[in-house]
Design a protein around this ligand. Structure first.
Ligand SMILES: CC(C)(COP(=O)(O)OP(=O)(O)OC[C@H]1O[C@@H](n2cnc3c(N)ncnc32)[C@H](O)[C@@H]1OP(=O)(O)O)[C@@H](O)C(=O)NCCC(=O)NCCS
Length: 211
């Protein structure tokens, strides 16, 4: 665990990387925690999905291209945007859920008029997601990655989990997904176990509220 250079908190760390103008390579330029990222971008906040961000949502999906989408609600058909919002609300309320799904709340991380990331918080675990999936799935739009926003999104989603008395929180990721694993570690994740699934290793982390 390192100290944030700005606020000296020990809880988490972010390597803040920028493209260097001289040689075009990426370099480590700063070490700050998610709270400092929020201070630098004071407009970043977590919201429930709403009509206001329809244009930005469509841009986000285009930006993802053929990439696998995380979390799963990004796969919902959004041609009829209000219908998609209604479906997200049904998931939140636990109404007409597909077989095997538990109620879950989708949050959008937004910065003024732009959507930056999406998180999905499962309200409880069933056997399937306890094994692989966990309580939280999340992703950041490609052009905003590597700036500490994934760790910030996870931190804000964990606050929602604590508010619902969901604890400890299970967060899973593929072992090869280093950005995801480090984002979880930066939020106090403790590796609980690893399992094999479809030829891939899944790491299962547990996060408890800090005292
Ligand atoms: C995983 C994801 C959400 C991380 O978001 P992000 O904004 O890029 O991450 P951050 O900038 O907050 O960085 C978090 C940690 O990952 C590290 N990291 C970021 N990009 C990385 C990369 N490409 N390779 C290795 N580590 C990386 C950071 O250095 C930081 O680690 P540190 O705290 O030890 O320094 C983002 O990469 C993403 O959306 N990926 C696609 C969807 C996905 O894989 N979701 C997770 C499914 S479990």
């Amino acid at each position: 665990m390192r100290l944030c250079r700005r606020c000296q908190q020990r809880t988490s760390r972010i390597y803040f990387t920028h493209r260097k103008p001289d040689d075009g390579r990426y370099g480590l330029v700063d070490v700050v925690c998610p709270w400092v990222v929020l201070k630098r971008r004071p407009w970043v906040r977590l919201i429930l999905p709403c009509l206001e961000y329809e244009g930005s949502y469509r841009d986000y999906i285009t930006e993802l291209g053929n990439e696998e989408r995380y979390p799963f609600p990004l796969d919902f058909d959004h041609a009829d945007f209000p219908a998609m919002l209604a479906k997200l609300e049904q998931f939140r309320m636990g109404v007409d859920l597909p077989q095997g799904f538990v109620p879950s709340t989708t949050y959008w991380l937004v910065d003024q008029q732009e959507m930056i990331g999406v998180a999905n918080l499962r309200h409880y675990l069933n056997a399937r997601i306890e094994r692989a999936g966990g309580h939280i799935g999340l992703g950041v739009r490609p052009r905003e990655r590597g700036k500490g926003l994934g760790a910030t999104l996870l931190r804000l989603t964990l606050e929602q989990a604590w508010a619902r008395s969901i604890q400890p929180v299970h967060v899973h990721c593929y072992k090869h997904n280093q950005a995801s694993a480090r984002m979880i570690l930066a939020n106090g994740g403790v590796l609980d176990s690893e399992i094999e699934d479809g030829g891939e290793t899944i790491q299962r982390y547990i996060i408890s509220p800090s005292r």
